[in-house]
Every structure is written in structure tokens, then in C-alpha cells.
Design a protein around this ligand. Sequence first.
Ligand code: GAL
Length: 428
Amino acid sequence: MMGGVNIISMEKNMKNTISTLAATALLASTTSVSAADVEVLHWWTSGGEAASVNYLKEKLSGAGVGWTDFAVAGGGGENAMTVLKSRAISGNPPTAAQIKGPSIQEWGDLGFLADIDGVAQANDWDNLLPAVVSDVMKHNGKYVAAPVNVHRVNWMWSNPEVYAYAGATIPTTWDDFMVQAKKLQAAGFVALAHGGQPWQDATVFEAVVLGVGGADYYNKAFVDLDMDALDSATTLKVFETFGNLRQFVDANSPGRDWNVATSMVIEGKAGSQIMGDWAKGEFKVAGKSVGTDYVCTAAPGTSGAHTFNIDSFAFFAQSDAASTEAQNIMAAEILGTDFQTVFNLNKGSIPARLGVSRAEFDTCAHDSMDAFVSASASGSLVPSFAHGMAMSSAVGGAVTDSATNFFNSDQSAADGVAQLVASIKAAM
Ligand code: GAL
């Protein structure tokens, strides 16, 4: 861990580097094209997400870098990735794009990404970032991406008034979830606020995998892709539990956006939503207070564990010096303590870098910070496969398809397991 003095001097170094880079960018931007603009692809279009991305825009503007927005709506980023591929293949990629996890390696292997190692070394990223974060940001040992946050995915967001009215208590195990959800339904509420989109089905499936099977099983089956762990009695139990949730989702869920599902909890129409902590950004935009208006608890059966989802911007190789400088400024800004604080207060996540004060963050963020550290020590810090942290995009797609096919049909648990195993094998 770093002492306060070191952090202050690092911040100073970073500021100096940023102003040098900004000055260079200004000198270089003498062509008619506004060369110091960055075009940034992302899918942050909900209220909380937009507030977060706007802060990045603001920071860059302060550093003399203009912003061309390349937002592609669609939670989870599937649409954004499709659009990015077609732009990249046609030889016209943006300056930076929200690319995460193993996909960064895929883009790096294809030769698309820029080396931003100079900025990273000048600002000591190897010491500012936990290894679990920095490893993912590098391709062939060089930084090609900058992390903005760490989201915890295994959360449940609940409306305590709804629970109280229904005489129910917020469950901490999946077995109890079924009991409490029945009470919510009997009192006229939607028990599980859910949007029937493949990535949201996969997000709930992932929480069930962790809650039912535990972290060792999660890692063996969904990170190592061990066929014995996948084709097992535990996976059968996972599908049985996941299937039991079908009855608690309302008829209007198909196609519903995740933030609309969050608003069902905010408005007291539904009891709980299983969703990563980007949901907190929506409670914040709605002016709600944690503890009274809403409660964050670990998804059933997962307390102490932490399913991480690290958002990052990968940088695309540029052909002119001014764009490269703008890119470097963006990378340096992203790792600044002020950016990491304000961005994450809006986004619901926690800073990706070390040395950021906890003071302004709320209890959910503190829980996430504590769980990140303790789960890392106990082996229950796991990468989110529903959010592209654990598998190649091909295998991840196969898992999402299996989860969504199962959840939206009357497939038996045994058939769910068989389909999952077969589709993973085919995609490997
Ligand atoms: C995730 C992303 C989050 C959040 C969410 C919903 O994949 O990592 O930052 O935006 O999608 O859009």
C-alpha cells in the first residue's frame, strides 16, 4: 500500500505529465481537422451512466481535448460491440472504445490497438493498479487500455417499504428468496424486477451460479471451463434454481431495459432487482438514499464474494501525432484521483486505482471495496462472465445464449445443463 505523501507526489507528477501532454497536443493541432478531439464509443446512455460519461467529457475539455460522442444504446454493450466491429473492419475505428476483459486481447491480437505504455510508465500505473486490473489492460506486456472502475455484479437492489408492506424479509439465500418472493407476489408486487434481454438473463444466471455453487465451482466451471464441473449435479441445481425464478418475473419483462427494471424497484412496484452496481447510478439520479429508500445486499448466497466487472477504454492505433497525443491525455486523465472519484460516485462502481479516498463513497461502495479485498484474499473474487470478464467472446456468447434460451422457455433443468455443455464445447 502507498502512503499519502507518495500519492500526493504521484498526483503532482501526473498533473505535470498531463499539462505537458496538453501543451504538446495544442502545438500539434495546427491542421484544419480539430486534431485533438477524441471519438469515444460507449453504451452509457441511462441516467446514471450518462452522468458518468459526461464527467469524462468535462475532464477532457478541461485538458483541451474535444469529444465526439459515439454512443450505441443497449445495456451490456452487445450492440456497441457489433457497431465497433463494422467500423474497425472498414478501417475507421474510433479513438477509444469501451472494451473490457479478454476482448482487449482479442482486439490486440488483431493488431488494432495503440500502445499507451509511455503514459502508463510516466504515471506509474503498475503501482497504482491492483494486478487483477493491470493484467487485463496490457497486451504483450504493454498497456493498451485504461480502467475507469470496478463494478461489483453480485448485488441485489431492494425496496424495503415493499418488503415491509408484504411482511417479507430481504433474503440472503436462494431458498429463502423463493419463500419471500411468494409473499411479495401475494401482496401484489412484482417480486423480481427484470428485463428479458439476453445479457440480463445471464447476469441473474451468474448470480445463481455463484450463490448455489460457490466461488470454487464458479471458477472451475465458468473460468477454467472444466467439463466435469460443468456437467455436474451442482450445475443441475443451478438450473433448477434459475428456472424457479421464471415465476417471479412479470409478463412485461421481455425486451425491457435494465434501468426500467431498476425504476420498478425505485417506484415501489417491485421488490428486488439482481443487477450490478451501475443500478445505484439510477437510484442516485432519482434522488434516493441508500438504507432508507433502497437497500443493497449481496445477491442471495454470495455475501463475502465479489464478482468483478472492470470497465475500460481501449485505444485504437492512430495515424497522426495529434490524435495520439489526445489519446494519451485521455489515458492520463482517466487514472487521476478526481476523475476516479466523481465518475464512480455517479456510476455506482468503485475506483479501479489505489490511493483514492473512501470518504465520499456510500455504504454499498464501502461493501464493494471491502469485499474486493477480502474476497481476493479468500479466493472468492471472481470475474463476471456475464460481462465479458472471464471468457473469450465466443464462449461468453454461448453461455449467454444457453442461459437466455433456458430462462425464456420451459426447458427442463437437465436439458439446460446439456445445452450449456454442448454450446460451450462448440464455442471453445
Ligand atoms: C455493463 C457495463 C456497465 C454498465 C452495464 C449496463 O456491461 O460494464 O458499465 O453500463 O453494462 O449498461
